[in-house]
Write a protein that binds this ligand. Sequence first.
Ligand code: TPP
Ligand code: NAG
Ligand code: NAG
Ligand code: MG
Length: 499
Amino acid sequence: MSSSGSVILADSLRAQGIQYMFGIVGIPIVEVAYSAQAAGIKYIGMRNEQSASYAASIIGYLTNRPGVCLVVPGPGLIHALAGIVNAFVNCWPMVVIAGSFDQDQVGMGGFQEWNQISSVQSSCKFSARIETLESIPYLIEKVVRTSLYGRPGPTYIEIPGNLVNELMPGDNISYPPCCPDPPLTLSDPLDVKNAVKCLMEAKRPLVIIGKGAAYSRAEHELRLLLVRANLPFLPTPMGKGVLPDDHPLCVAAARSRALKEADVILLVGARLNWILHFGKPPRFNENVKIIQVDISPEEMSNNVPAHVMLCGNAKSVIKQLSDALCDIGFKGVDPLGNWWSTLRNKIDYNTKLSQSLASQESVPMNFYCAYKQITDYIPRDAIVVNEGANTMDIGRTVVKTHFPRHRLDAGTFGTMGVGTGFAIAAALYTTSLNKSKKQTPVYCIQGDSAFGFSGMEIETAYRYKLPIVFIIMNNSGIYQGLPREQYDDIMKNEDPFIK
Ligand SMILES: Cc1ncc(C[n+]2csc(CCOP(=O)(O)OP(=O)(O)O)c2C)c(N)n1
Ligand SMILES: *[C@@H]1O[C@H](CO)[C@@H](O)[C@H](O)[C@H]1NC(C)=O
Ligand SMILES: *[C@@H]1O[C@H](CO)[C@@H](O)[C@H](O)[C@H]1NC(C)=O
Ligand SMILES: [Mg+2]
């Protein structure tokens, strides 16, 4: 007996619990896809590596196990860079496997030869070139483990073309055991004590729930903590659904007020980047004390010095905090106090405002009005993929999310074109989950521009018979268009390119 490089690669992936591979085949990795299928990995042939990489990365977010993106050398890998960098910026695990030029052709100008490692190095946690068949099982365990442990992110490995079909004699290949889920990391009890003190002294506390909390599956622990302490919370766009948007403690409808006035913020798995206005005035209180919960020590105090640093897995750290608050007998924020009544008033006011926007009849429909028609039909448990400018920003406020990891959007990197790949991966994932139960539906709501980036992947969705509802908000382009007079002026021009 002997095994080829592609078989060893596929068996190694399988041994590491990999379930999905998205890609486009070609020389020299056709056999890698065949071997993966033979090993029981679901291979999905996409139309462009961009979408393959987006799909693989969102599988990592949804399942806590990386999806694989399989690409040919050179242009295939370069297309996949879009999803690699997107996964890096969003902190999602993913394993990228590329074919590469033969080992005896370095620098000779071989077919699709490119120094791929140099292209992925700044956006991958680890990158390597396979040099011997014996090293494959170890390297695959390493790329899977490295993508998952610590702050998640993409990892990269390439296989020289000549190794794909090279045979290794013997049937004694040894595969490392499947790398377990990352060890749960806890915070120092002294820091937890300081956080409790800070929360108890707060007059206007607020919890911000990010997609890191969603990724770490902290929903149960967060619910306990928030309900126990009667704490108002705000989700970030993809933190929506960790606790349902219609939860009585959700103050998303008073977002600006909550951010501006909070004197203590418990920041859970969210970064103080552009999405949260860098945590700075005028959007935040200049004296706000941040209790920062993050898996990555490097993230602590970024932009705003953290008052308390709770480094560790959000799920286990929130449990620590919740237990400590319980032990001390914290009664929670007064539901009739100033803070809650300020927030409630603002919520009532803003809710009326957006209801009146939604009921305005106009031709063509405005976004609120269009969304009103759609949201009435979206099932409560749908996974909603949402991208565009207005389509996404307004969708973020009016499409409610009721379950964790059920909203997927352009994310930290603001990438247009991710939606179709995300929807394909989400539909595969939910189909695999609910074999017996009713299928969780996937709704993909995109602006017409956003849709255009990866529109051809609709064919992929159809080919695999994936249950996805695509809704495209067509306002004929990007953002809101021009005011009437300016538009009429331009249309008078003779030059078709100015038109
Ligand atoms: C990859 C990429 N290219 C370009 C942009 C710039 N951009 C931001 S939103 C957007 C599209 C918005 O138009 P549409 O999807 O139709 O949404 P609308 O605002 O019309 O609802 C673009 C091109 C981007 N964010 N990402
Ligand atoms: C594996 O098998 C090959 C061929 O039979 C043999 O040469 C080699 O020594 C074996 N390796 C181990 C680690 O057993
Ligand atoms: C999108 O909207 C524009 C402007 O109203 C229109 O010309 C175009 O036909 C629409 N496209 C589709 C596919 O309906
Ligand atoms: Mg548009």
